[in-house]
Design a binder for this molecule. Structure first.
Ligand code: MN
Length: 227
């Protein structure tokens, strides 16, 4: 027997020690920095965390160009720390969760904000707003064995050299081990799963020709041009 359509290529992220990390799933948390929750019109103190997902083939590996997508007039950047799991399970205790982390990278959760807003107001899924082709650029992965767990590290995002987002990872509402634990109550987590850990305040639009630079102390910067 032969495949009747071509096999889609799995997405792998390069690691800083010269290996490859094959991606299985992408989970993303909503509203994990207080000031960003407020700028989106929500009270962060009254909301349990929630997650959404993207297809792995929305990933763009490393620096490069990403296409301005169709059907939007308000395409937003969101700088985020990305967590990569080396092991999984269900009902993982918070105290065990960091043992499942392979490493960390810098990511962008690009968002069709106008379509996300329509979905929110209509009570519809976020897919049109979030699960967008080329919407998940990710830099090189750094293993925990090299960098440890970056609980406190500066994160910033520039558009065309102008600072738009500027925070520290210690400002997250829900920590990395808490996110892993909560996700594992809902899903069977596994090696290859990525978690985007939320964006701080300052999100905004880009247009073709803009250059986005994202930095987290200790990780490889991510540089993307919108085309
Ligand atoms: Mn996000």
């Amino acid at each position: 027997m032969t495949n009747v359509v071509p096999v889609s290529q799995p997405v792998s992220l390069p690691t800083s020690d010269g290996n490859e990390y094959p991606v299985r799933r992408i989970y993303l948390i909503g509203r994990n920095y207080e000031a960003h929750a407020r700028e989106m019109g929500h009270d962060p103190n009254r909301e349990a965390p929630f997650f959404f997902t993207k297809w792995p083939n929305t990933i763009v590996v490393g620096d490069g160009k990403i296409a301005y997508p169709p059907m939007t007039k308000n395409y937003h950047f969101e700088a985020e720390l990305v967590v990569a799991l080396s092991a999984g399970g269900t009902n993982i205790a918070v105290s065990d969760a960091l043992d499942l982390v392979y490493g960390y990278a810098v990511g962008l959760d690009m968002t069709r904000r106008d379509l996300q807003k329509i979905a929110k107001e209509a009570g519809r899924p976020w897919d049109y707003g979030k699960n967008v082709d080329e919407s998940s650029p990710i830099s090189m992965l750094h293993p925990v064995s090299e960098i440890g767990h970056p609980g406190k590290a500066a994160m910033w995002l520039d558009v065309n050299g102008s600072r738009k987002q500027d925070t520290n990872l210690d400002q997250m509402i829900w920590s990395v081990p808490e996110m892993i634990s909560i996700l594992s109550e809902h899903y069977t987590m596994a090696p290859g799963d990525l978690i985007f850990t939320g964006t701080p305040a300052g999100v905004g639009p880009v247009v073709p020709g803009d250059n986005i630079a994202v930095h987290i102390d200790g990780l490889t910067d991510l540089n993307v041009e919108i085309v």
